[in-house]
Ligand binder design. Structure first.
Ligand SMILES: [Fe+2]
Ligand SMILES: [Fe+2]
Length: 327
């Protein structure tokens, strides 16, 4: 069977579930359902990805890694004028950076979930679900890191300011879990959007290894997104005025910065490929196609925050400033 035939078409990919009101019964039902799905539909990094199949081998000059014309940087005359092997290598380097950022995000996520889980009472059904999610994220990170290693490209970690900021986040999961789960959506939603729309619909990154990793990830992330959204729906309304102010203030700052880290080339790529500042600006600043992608990546999170009353005046100015509010 061809790989194409094994890939679900996008409309058949699991949808995240939404919890209506803050209904205790619906909450418990959701936890039971997604916990069960973690048992019946899960993947392992070294079982479900055929790493050593020659069809999955990575060649940095493979034209399937080239950025397409629909990509913000791929559309520039500068990129199109690069020699073919450079175009492919740069495209692969961007995928590897994106995936390594995903591993670092999942590292913080797992530590935060464990920190939060440590406070739960005996018999709380959240405990079981959270441990399923930690295990799934560990498999994702094994899969992501194996991919990055196999590219053979040196990939810098996140910039120092992001690593410094990330150090405090697991503690936030205990003290202010609502804000922590906004951060979780800020990482999971853009990755999920790009993997669903861009990769599985074949709009970019057509290499079978990237597609297989994306397919596995999208299937499991549907549960994680369902949990984070339902958690926020259930708990944000119960916050006091101070935390409500803090979440309104910090949500756009967290989401805006994360979208930038996920969607733009790293400083290492800019340096290594001598990406001119003017080309960077042409691709990522004032480019309506890129602005649209940034907004689309956070569309579901923005809609949820709006529904929860978090995108109100004067905080909406921050959303606008980070370019994550649809105008
Ligand atoms: Fe993941
Ligand atoms: Fe996840």
């Amino acid at each position: 069977m061809s790989l194409e035939a094994t890939l679900p078409r996008t409309p058949d990919l699991p949808a995240e579930e939404d919890l209506g009101a803050a209904d205790e019964r619906a909450w418990r039902d959701l936890l039971a359902r997604i916990s069960r799905q973690s048992v019946t539909k899960h993947f392992e990094a070294y079982v479900d990805v055929p790493w050593d199949d020659p069809a999955y081998a990575i060649d940095p000059s493979d034209p399937r890694f080239e950025l397409p014309l629909t990509d913000s940087l791929g559309a520039t005359a500068w990129y199109r004028a690069l020699p073919q092997p450079q175009r492919a290598r740069l495209g692969l380097h961007m995928i590897a950076t994106f995936i390594k950022n995903g591993t670092q995000f999942e590292n913080v996520l797992k530590r935060g979930l464990l920190e939060y889980g440590a406070e739960l009472a005996d018999g709380d059904p959240e405990f079981r679900y959270l441990y399923h999610e930690v295990i799934e994220e560990a498999q994702h990170s094994l899969m992501f890191q194996e991919f990055v290693t196999r590219t053979g490209l040196p990939v810098d970690p996140l910039p120092g300011y992001a690593r410094w900021f990330a150090r405090g986040l697991p503690r936030l999961a205990r003290r202010f879990p609502e804000l922590f789960f906004v951060f979780v959506l800020g990482g999971e939603d853009p990755i999920d959007h790009l993997q669903r729309v861009e990769v599985l619909r074949g709009r970019r990154w057509a290499h079978p290894l990237v597609q297989r990793i994306s397919q596995i990830h999208v299937i499991e992330e549907a549960r994680h997104l369902s949990f984070a959204r339902a958690y926020l729906r259930r708990n944000v309304g119960r916050l006091g005025w101070f935390k409500r102010h803090m979440i309104r203030l910090r949500a756009p700052i967290i989401l805006g910065n994360m979208a930038r880290l996920m969607l733009e080339p790293s400083a290492q790529i800019v340096r290594e490929y001598r990406l001119p500042r003017a080309v960077f600006n042409e691709a990522y600043r004032g480019n309506p196609i890129h602005a649209r992608l940034r907004q689309d990546c956070l569309a579901k999170t923005r809609a949820l925050c709006t529904e929860l009353g978090l995108v109100t005046w004067p905080y909406d100015a921050l959303w606008r400033g980070f370019g994550i509010l649809r105008s």
